[in-house]
Design a protein around this ligand. Structure first.
Ligand SMILES: *Cc1c(COP(=O)(O)O)cnc(C)c1O
Length: 371
């Protein structure tokens, strides 16, 4: 277990275990074999884990780093150690020059979009194909003609041809059919641009259908130690633990109401602890009244009443020896009990991606080792 030195003065923080991050990358590697390149999705501040530290921790394995936009790409540029960076989403017209000059691999959805980049110089493009996501990407029936019209444009190099899976965590039958379709289409495309790399798998795809790994895989969530599929057996290790110190202990009589809207009324006298974290820190407001809890001194304590902007209240009546300054775990393990991001997400009616990327700026990130 990594050791974190946590200053007394920290109110809420996230402990990021970079050893676990690297172990999860190794787990991806085991599933896909030695050949495919790993594109590590580090968008959205590396799913809340800290983009620069995450990139530094992984750069030695020479992955491609996947980011959402130019701003995120610039943030990691100085630490990515020469690794390629791919912009996973489109650029605005005004951003294209910078993307080309910085030599990022850009994702395009049409030949016209690629041509617009190429005005600014040589560019490597990832031709995205829409095979069911209905978001970015060139509609699959138009892919061959798009690729043909880029053939022979000297400033455009087709780095890769890819698609995205909308239901890999929910619908393996659809996903399998989608991947067979894409593989067939990719064969024709490949005969036009034989050096283009093929990719389609996100974390759920890597777990369920690793035989479709092709040339590149694009894990995100699983690198951070969360399985996108409930109960899927993995060797993933959670990378992030979220903690907060008790700032106040208070006794309330029976019949007292707790938090906005008075949705919780104590039926007996209770002891409450106030934690300095709320929905402004990314603790989901929808967690209110859903059986969520936090861990204190190795015991689970119920969240009571509504989550507020800056504070939550938990019931610590069953704890002996609890003190102001004691540490509560919102996500993570404490002794024999644990709460993972998936559980908090599930109870709050959302997904682990949303919880992790939502952890806010007031939550200081601590790292287990110098990255
Ligand atoms: C974010 C992203 C991924 C990673 O998805 P996970 O479900 O987190 O593994 C893969 N591909 C693309 C295009 C993405 O934008």
């Amino acid at each position: 277990m990594p050791i974190f030195s946590v200053p007394e003065c920290l109110r809420t923080w996230a402990e990021v275990d970079l050893g676990a991050l690297r172990a999860n990358l190794d787990f991806v590697r085991q599933r896909i074999g030695p050949y495919p390149t790993i594109l590590a999705a580090v968008k959205a501040n590396a799913y809340g884990h800290g983009a620069c530290e995450t990139v530094q921790a992984l750069a030695g394995t020479k992955p491609i780093f996947g980011v959402a936009n130019l701003h995120e790409a610039a943030e990691i540029k100085s630490v990515s150690d020469g690794s390629d960076v791919m912009l996973l989403g489109p650029c605005l017209p005004s951003e294209r020059r910078d993307a080309v000059e910085a030599k990022y691999i850009v994702t395009i959805s049409s030949a016209a979009e690629a041509m617009a980049y190429s005005k600014f110089g040589s560019v490597r493009v990832n031709l995205k194909i829409d095979t069911g996501m209905g978001r970015i990407g060139c509609w699959k029936d138009d892919a061959i003609s798009a690729l043909r019209s880029l053939q022979g444009v000297p400033t455009i190099k087709i780095h890769s041809i890819s698609t995205h899976l909308p239901s890999a965590d929910e619908d393996t039958a659809f996903t399998t059919a989608q991947l067979h379709d894409f593989t067939k289409l990719a064969k024709s495309l490949h005969s036009i641009t034989p050096t283009a790399k093929l990719h389609s798998l996100n974390s759920a795809g890597i777990l369920t259908l690793p035989e479709f790994a092709a040339d590149i895989v694009r894990p995100g969530l699983m690198l951070y130690g969360c399985s996108p599929i409930p109960d899927f057996p993995t060797h993933l290790r959670p990378v992030l633990a979220w903690k907060a110190r008790i700032v106040l202990l208070k006794d309330l009589p029976a019949g007292a109401s707790v938090s906005y809207g008075r949705t919780y009324i104590s039926s007996t006298p209770i002891r409450t602890a106030v934690l300095p974290v709320g929905y402004a820190d990314g603790y989901p407001r929808q967690a209110s009244g859903q059986g969520c809890g936090v861990l204190i001194n190795g015991q689970r304590c119920d969240l009571i009443g509504r989550v507020t902007m800056d504070q939550i209240i938990v019931n610590v009546s069953d704890l002996t020896n609890v003190q102001v300054g004691d540490v509560a775990t919102l996500i993570g393990r404490d002794g024999n009990v644990s709460i993972d991001a998936q559980e908090l997400a599930h109870r709050s009616g959302t997904i682990a991606w949303d919880i992790l990327t939502g952890i806010g700026r007031r939550v200081e990130r601590l790292y287990s080792e110098a990255p």
